[in-house]
Design a protein around this ligand. Structure first.
Ligand SMILES: NC(=O)c1ccc[n+]([C@@H]2O[C@H](COP(=O)([O-])OP(=O)(O)OC[C@H]3O[C@@H](n4cnc5c(N)ncnc54)[C@H](OP(=O)(O)O)[C@@H]3O)[C@@H](O)[C@H]2O)c1
Length: 391
């Protein structure tokens, strides 16, 4: 690579759903618009589990990467020698088998949250990436936002003193217009246990992200303490959790995290009336506003009453009709790690992904939530219907 040329990463996209579309539109934004001059992204292949035609339609939807190869199956995608890294954007039920498929084919992997359904699956992914000397990252995009980076720096610099507590919520009012049901069909991935549905794995991971990036990630390396977890869930008729509260206690660090999520009420029904994350220290607190996964502003409130509101807008690319969702920052992180030969991101190391998955697993267990064997096994099967598209 000539000096000054940006490092290019070639992406293979696994799945053609909602988040794959959003992520790909971000990959197509000019990195210079967000002041990233050292890396760039190319979408070189897209696969749908249903048909090659669906993958072709996807390129029209994202309005770009028209030269990308299109495949009608995931095994064909991972065999493409032109791909550096596979973005796994299937339902979480599929993540373990799909990410293993890519790793076994020698591809680096960025896998959507929730990383897996069980902690053993996350551990197996990490072992495999390590053994094969491949990069692997859980796609918790919020951690790579300038807003998150600023907040972690403010905490480290002692601006709000010793942090004793982080409270976070991500909830949506998904009540059906009539009756006591939810607005999703029972088959929808949000509440279908065959697709690892439920509030914890889909939404709870975000308030937990705030608990972890403020109370766990910033603990000194030599004194890392995983939380003890107390949780309760209310179950929906499908067996998925619809309303969950998780307490994470870090006794040695004298801190507590509380993460809540529900499909029955909204985090902030009045829009900006309440902070959805509060990071509370001895000298003040940092308040983050809705939504926990894509916050655009935060407020620092000091003990002496001083306060500062900080806007952190997401830059839009004028050449892409102003598009910019904020997923490009995690993509840039992948690019820089690949360029520098790193196998994991320091912002979300493997050990931390494992502890987060252990926390969610403990919450699911205490809530009595059970998922089928097909999606909880940690035995990789390339012929699993989750890989071959028959499920
Ligand atoms: N980072 C974020 O902000 C964010 C936001 C939303 C979702 N997510 C995560 O991204 C993942 C996908 O969510 P999504 O909202 O994109 O879901 P979605 O719109 O339902 O898309 C999922 C895609 O997965 C593929 N798929 C393969 N087997 C499937 C099956 N049996 N049932 C349904 N889909 C199947 C399908 O694409 P093909 O068959 O065409 O390949 C489908 O379009 C989830 O793990 C979710 O938690 C992350």
């Amino acid at each position: 690579m000539a000096a000054g040329n940006p490092y290019t990463v070639k992406w293979g996209i696994m799945a053609t759903g909602g988040i794959a579309e959003t992520f790909c539109k971000d990959l197509l934004c000019d990195p210079k618009v967000r002041d990233a001059h050292d890396v760039r992204h190319e979408i070189v292949a897209v696969a749908s589990s249903s048909s090659k035609k669906r993958a072709e339609e996807f390129l029209k939807t994202i309005d770009g990467a028209f030269d990308a190869k299109t495949y009608g199956s995931y095994p064909e995608l991972v065999a493409d020698p032109n791909i550096d890294i596979v973005y796994v954007a299937t339902p979480h039920s599929h993540h373990f088998q799909n990410a293993m498929l890519a790793l076994e084919a020698g591809k680096h992997v960025l896998c959507e949250k929730a990383f897996t359904v069980t902690a053993a699956q996350t551990r197996k992914l990490v072992e495999t990436a390590k053994a094969k000397n491949l990069f692997l990252m859980e796609a918790v995009w919020t951690r790579y936002f300038p807003l998150s980076i600023q907040i972690r720096k403010r905490i480290t610099s002692g601006e709000i003193g010793t942090v004793y507590r982080t409270i976070g919520d991500l909830s949506f009012n998904s009540n059906a217009a009539e009756g006591k049901g939810l607005s999703f069909a029972d088959s929808h991935r949000m509440i279908n246990v065959d697709l690892a549905g439920g509030a914890i794995l889909d939404l709870g991971v975000y308030p937990l992200t705030w608990v972890f990036q403020t109370l766990y990630h910033l603990q000194p390396e030599q004194d890392k303490e995983a939380p003890t977890v107390v949780a309760a869930s209310n179950k929906y008729t499908t067996g998925a959790d619809e309303n969950t509260a998780i307490i994470c206690q870090f006794p040695r660090h004298n801190s507590l995290g509380v993460a809540t999520t529900t499909l029955r009420a909204h985090s902030d029904p009045e829009n900006d009336a309440v902070p959805v994350i509060r990071i509370q220290g001895s000298e003040g607190e940092i308040q983050v506003f809705f939504p926990a996964f894509r916050p655009l502003k935060y407020k620092v409130v000091k003990k002496n009453g001083e306060s500062q509101l900080v806007d952190c807008p997401i830059p839009g690319d004028p050449a892409r009709n102003g598009w910019g969702h904020g997923m490009f920052w995690e993509a840039d992180e992948c690019a820089r790690c690949l360029r520098d030969g790193k196998k994991e991101s320091a912002t979300l190391p493997w050990t931390e992904s494992i502890v987060i998955m252990e926390t969610m697993e403990a919450a699911l267990k205490q809530g009595g939530i059970e998922y089928p064997e097909l999606i909880t096994t940690d035995v990789y099967d390339p012929k699993s219907p989750l890989n071959t598209g028959n499920q």
